[in-house]
Design a protein around this ligand. Structure first.
Ligand code: OGA
Ligand code: NI
Length: 320
């Protein structure tokens, strides 16, 4: 029972048992979003985004029961028989991201992550395709809509703080990322128990392509961050949201903020789940360093290109 198919066994330089700094749980910055001292909040968020590219937020304004319902309906979907989940499967080889599946990035040598996922857009209404929203459980839609409504407030506050932290006006970073056309892409990761968590990975090392990712985890440890040349477990904090700085904010900020390299491990006995929402520019939007941040001393460090072209290069491992 303690063997797994070879396509799940990582190369030694990726195996969690060999490459994780054991015994140290990384305390990434934990930021109180209820802080009424705005200057302080901006400074904390900007510092964390510069030095870590990841932080956790508490007092974010999303009630515990809204998050619990989101988790409950997601778990119920993934616990359905395989045939019912396959109804939402993305067509083989399709270039679309939405739907149920087991693999996103092309991996070398046909390796696989120990994870299933479901993607669907949740905002703005014009981009939502309910075909990819589970009909079962019946309250799936309501739970996701309620979470989305609350999440938008958190997202706006994060964008504003990140913008002010660069000396820009509060609205500028969000505007440059698409403004009200910013796409909210929900992903559910489902990591079943794995007999050999020492050899397999859930999601392999990557940075998110989004502007910002806002993630709800369940209580099973699994997120790891690459810091000072090593992999560390990130501490689970009940009711916190995990914020990842993605590639597009790194680009917009001309490298002031850093997207964070992260991956996930799996567990021998317990199912891990997570609900990241990727805040992404619309496909056709050109994204490059904000012009106010580029001058003679700070030349542009990134190409300006359409978001869809960025995504294409990244998924196909073509240099940007
Ligand atoms: C991802 C991701 C982390 C997690 O899906 O992009 O990094 O905690 N997930 O599941
Ligand atoms: Ni990620």
């Amino acid at each position: 029972m303690d063997t797994i198919p070879s396509e799940y066994i990582r190369a030694e330089n990726e195996q969690p048992a060999i490459t994780t700094i054991a015994g140290t749980v990384l305390e990434v910055p934990v930021i109180d979003m209820g802080d009424t001292d705005q200057e302080n909040l901006v400074r904390l968020i900007a510092d964390a985004s510069r030095d870590w590219g990841i932080f956790q937020v508490v007092n974010h304004g999303i009630e515990g029961d809204v998050i619990m319902k989101l988790q409950k309906v997601g778990r119920e979907f993934f616990e359905l028989p395989q045939e019912e989940k396959e109804v939402y499967a993305k067509p083989d080889g399709a270039q679309i991201v939405e739907g149920y599946g087991t693999k996103l990035q092309k991996e070398v040598e046909g390796k696989k992550g120990w994870v299933d996922h479901l993607f669907h857009k949740i905002w703005p209404p014009s981009v939502i395709n309910y075909h990819f929203w589970p009909k079962n459980p019946p309250s799936y839609r309501e739970a996701n809509e309620e979470y989305t409504k609350k999440l938008r407030v958190v997202a706006d506050k994060l964008f504003e703080s990140l913008s002010l932290g660069l000396g820009l006006e509060g609205h500028e970073l969000k505007d440059a990322g698409g403004g009200e056309d910013l796409n909210y892409l929900m992903k559910i990761n489902y990591y079943p128990p794995c007999p050999r968590p020492d050899l397999a990975l859930g999601v392999v090392a990557h940075t998110d392509m989004s502007c910002i990712t806002i993630l709800v985890p369940n209580e099973v440890q699994g997120l790891q961050v690459f810091k000072d040349e090593h992999w560390y477990n990130v501490k689970y904090i009940p009711n916190a949201l995990i914020i990842h700085i993605g590639d597009q904010i790194e680009i917009l900020s001309n490298g002031n903020y850093k997207s964070v390299l992260h991956r996930t491990t799996v567990n021998k006995d317990n199912t891990r789940m997570s609900w990241p929402v990727f805040l992404e520019p619309p496909q056709e939007l050109e994204v490059g360093p904000v012009s106010k941040l580029v001058n003679e001393e700070n030349p542009s460090k990134y190409k300006t290109k359409k978001y869809k072209d960025y995504v294409y290069c990244k998924l196909n491992k073509i240099p940007q």
